[in-house]
Design a binder for this molecule. Structure first.
Ligand SMILES: *[C@@H]1O[C@H](CO)[C@@H](O)[C@H](O)[C@H]1NC(C)=O
Ligand SMILES: *[C@@H]1O[C@H](CO)[C@@H](O)[C@H](O)[C@H]1NC(C)=O
Ligand SMILES: *[C@@H]1O[C@H](CO)[C@@H](O)[C@H](O)[C@H]1NC(C)=O
Length: 399
């Protein structure tokens, strides 16, 4: 062998060894044993998926809300800026429209909202095709007796519920109680944490103190549906046997023009109590009238199917169902009305809580952005049972 070719062989062997070494170093350095973070970083660098968290979700309002195509929202179509600034949503990467042609195809909407207290619109009874990624929302504020859909035909149809019920996916109350110090929305919720009620006589509300001597009438009731499932009309009639109850509207003898500010003002100036009697005894069902009474200097007397401790601060209202008879309720009302400190004590909460509005569409937007919302499937098998099993006909108080 010539020295020349021996030299070549040595070089080749060296090359092979070096090559092998390089491969080994490469293998070791890219092995998850040594390089777990690097592997993840490389993956994320080369597989930049569309950012799920930031992508805008699209919501279509399929039907109107009692003739209001906008569902009380500020416009027909809202974009992320509106969600952020008009509605004040924390999660705002959403757009919403009531125009079915807002996006080119139905498949592009992430959620479709149906108002269940109204039939499907005649011209748009139902989307013909259903997309597995799409969320159908069951939305309403009325009690089960006002349902205008045949829910037995709508099993396995809805993915989310949006209603006044506290066990809805999206809770939609008329108002929230906010703690003015912390800014937290305290209620309604299943287990609210209320502040301690101060002892009677340990503080004063100068406004109520001033109004109390002029409040010469006992109770006012504003009502336009005279015959109801809850039989509240019978309770009011029974109460009238014991205390003075002024009934305004179609079902009574007095009238006060709707929208006349005096009708509201006299609740502050003339009356001790406001009857907030619901037309149905359904779980969590309380109406706007209760909240408007809470804005005045008057004590609401409530009657309904809700557990009111989940909605209102303790000692801010009188619940008829805490009494066994109308006589007991009436005598308690007389006792409270006759003692200014006792009466005033029902207003303690005003220093600590405030009623605030919060759009359910903020919560819907947040739900659509929940991690995994697009990989999880959720739907209501028997929506009828869930919805209808929440009402009763018997109340505790006898009348
Ligand atoms: C009402 O709600 C409160 C708060 O969740 C609960 O402690 C209480 O047991 C409930 N009362 C009834 C009668 O269900
Ligand atoms: C509340 O006002 C009444 C009457 O003005 C007064 O007698 C009483 O001391 C006051 N109580 C408190 C705790 O300020
Ligand atoms: C909604 O429910 C239907 C079944 O009724 C299901 O096919 C669909 O995947 C669900 N969508 C979501 C986003 O969960």
């Amino acid at each position: 062998m010539r020295p020349h070719s021996r030299w070549n062989l040595a070089l080749l062997v060296l090359g092979l060894i070096l090559f092998g070494l390089l491969i080994a170093v490469y293998k070791i350095s890219t092995s998850p044993l040594l390089n777990q973070y690097g592997i993840l970083r490389d993956y994320l660098d080369t597989n930049r998926a569309p950012n799920e968290a930031a992508a805008t979700r699209s919501i279509l309002l399929w039907s109107d809300f009692f003739g209001d195509a906008r569902w009380s929202l500020p416009a027909d179509t809202l974009g992320p800026d509106d969600f952020r600034h008009e509605l004040g949503c924390e999660v705002y990467q959403c757009e919403l429209s009531n125009r079915h042609d807002y996006l080119p195809t139905l498949a592009e909407y992430d959620a479709i909202v149906y108002h269940v207290a109204q039939p499907f619109p005649l011209l748009q009874p139902l989307s013909t095709q259903r997309y597995p990624h799409q969320t159908y929302v069951f939305a309403l504020m009325e009690p089960p007796g006002e349902t205008k859909h045949r829910l037995s035909d709508e099993h396995n149809f809805y993915n989310l519920t949006m209603s006044y019920r506290l066990d809805s996916d999206i809770v939609w109350p008329y108002a929230y109680m906010m703690d003015v110090e912390t800014g937290a929305r305290v209620a309604p919720t299943l287990q609210p944490h209320w502040r301690q009620v101060p002892a009677v006589g340990s503080w004063n509300d100068s406004e109520v103190l001033e109004l109390w001597p002029q409040k010469l009438k006992m109770a006012a009731w504003f009502v336009s549906h005279c015959e109801t499932l809850s039989k509240r009309e019978d309770l009011a009639a029974a109460l009238q046997q014991h205390i003075e109850v002024d009934i305004y509207g179609k079902c009574g003898t007095l009238s006060c023009a709707r929208g006349d500010p005096h009708c509201e003002e006299m609740l502050d100036t003339d009356y001790m109590f406001y009857l907030a009697f619901e037309n149905s005894l359904c779980v969590d069902y309380v109406t706007e009238k209760l909240y408007s009474a809470m804005q005045r200097r008057i004590v609401p007397v409530v009657f309904g199917g809700a557990n009111y401790t989940r909605f209102l601060p303790p000692h801010s209202y009188i619940d008829a169902n805490r009494f066994e008879s109308v006589e007991q309720l009436a005598s308690h009302l007389r006792y409270v009305a006759n003692d200014v400190n006792e009466y005033m004590s029902y207003f303690w909460w005003r220093q600590h809580y405030q009623l605030v509005q919060h759009s359910p569409f903020c919560d819907l937007c947040a739900q659509l952005h929940r991690p995994g919302a697009q990989h999880r499937t959720q739907f209501y098998g028997d929506i009828e049972a869930w919805w209808f099993n929440s009402c009763r006909f018997q109340s505790r108080i006898r009348f």
